[in-house]
Write a protein that binds this ligand. Structure first.
Ligand code: 2NL
Length: 345
């Protein structure tokens, strides 16, 4: 029996030494020291031995069990350490590898143009005013010196919802509402927003588009104030060396009315495809607020005067970024909208 035990011990130790993983080692532990293992079997069989041999054999089994256990525990430390080293090696990170670029979004080109214009006018002391897109006929037309029957308010050109409710055709009603609310006090606002016309969509027309209008009312507001303001605007949007020129025009809500051109930002005035060989590009319409418009909103047109202007951000964005079809702004094709990453900080 003693011999049998020594043999078992040698066998166990050699299995322990050849175990190459923690799992294999645990299997050896269960096989030799577990409840169903040979050592336990030997202990169970002690009853068959003569009584005087039992203590000696019992002690020997315990010694061998302890020896096997300690060899096993030592091997366990080695294998666990090996496993950790292996894991560290496999999971090591090369911190010198370049990172994966983070995909960022960007503002829609129209949003960019609108915000750039808003920022400029805010810096000049203007406030932003907004109003309803579903508007009363009164604010959209009547209060802007476009009485019923006026040729410029053709039913065919507007989306009417009822006889006196329509989708606003310009942002001017926001200004008419602001004037009425201010009750004769000075005003300095710009009004950006969506407007609607019954147009067939093509490369330069859309039934829904954006407008920004500006309105300044105060004492001694003159055409020269309008001209200076528009000149600052032209330089900010299209470059410091821009010249402007005003041509006479007509709008029912301003008198006199003008259209503003800027010197071509591409050729500088010598003539090219952008300015259609004229050297000038039309940017916006403007004028001195018509006395009828002031009076209807409750202003004394003898004491206060004002200027107003209106422009289309789509047109400005098309010129600035060389966009050839207005419909690109509304179809939201990522190949188009992702080209307008802001590069300036
Ligand atoms: C254009 C021309 C313009 C205005 C808009 C305005 C508003 C009030 C009173 C007087 Cl409340 N005028 N707005 C004035 C002149 C021109 O827009 O071509 N827009 C794209």
């Amino acid at each position: 029996m003693q011999e049998q035990l020594q043999q078992l011990k040698q066998e166990a130790i050699s299995k322990i030494e050849s175990a190459s993983t923690v799992k294999e080692l645990q299997d050896v532990r269960v096989a030799y020291l577990g409840k169903k293992g040979p050592i336990t079997d030997l202990l169970k069989g002690m009853g068959k031995l003569p009584a005087e041999e039992r203590p000696k054999m019992g002690a020997l089994v315990n010694v061998i069990r302890e020896e096997v256990t300690s060899v096993l525990d030592e091997r366990l430390v080695v294998l666990e350490d090996f496993a950790i080293q292996q894991q560290l090696k496999n999971e090591s990170i090369d911190v010198t590898l370049p990172g994966r670029p983070v995909k960022t979004g960007n503002h829609h080109p129209l949003t960019r143009v609108v915000e750039e214009i808003e920022d400029l006018f805010i810096s000049m002391g203007y406030e932003i005013a907004e109003g309803p897109e579903v508007e009363k006929d009164y604010y959209n037309f009547e209060a802007l010196n476009l009485p019923k029957g006026h040729p410029a308010r053709d039913m065919q050109d507007s989306f009417y919802i009822s006889e006196d409710i329509l989708l606003r055709t310009h942002t001017s009603p926001v200004q008419a509402r602001t004037m009425e609310a201010k009750g004769g006090e000075p005003i300095r606002i710009i009004c950006p927003g969506k407007v609607y016309r019954r147009d067939n969509d093509d490369a330069t027309h859309s039934h829904q588009f954006t407008q920004i209008e500006g309105l300044v009312i105060g004492e001694n507001i003159r055409m020269s104030d309008l001209k200076g303001t528009l000149s600052v605007f032209a330089k900010k949007m299209f470059g410091d060396d821009r010249e402007i020129r005003l041509r006479p025009s007509f709008f029912p809500f301003t008198e006199p009315s003008v259209e503003m051109d800027i010197s071509c930002f591409k050729c500088g005035g010598s003539g090219c495809n952008v300015c259609k060989k004229t050297g000038w590009i039309e940017i916006l319409g403007a004028g001195m607020v018509h006395p009828n418009v002031l009076e209807m909103a409750g202003y004394d047109s003898k004491r206060l005067s004002g200027f107003a202007f209106g422009m289309g951000p789509e047109r400005i964005a098309m010129l600035k970024y060389g966009v050839e079809d207005i419909r690109h702004f509304y179809t939201n094709d990522v190949r188009f909208v992702s080209q307008f990453h802001r590069t300036e900080v």
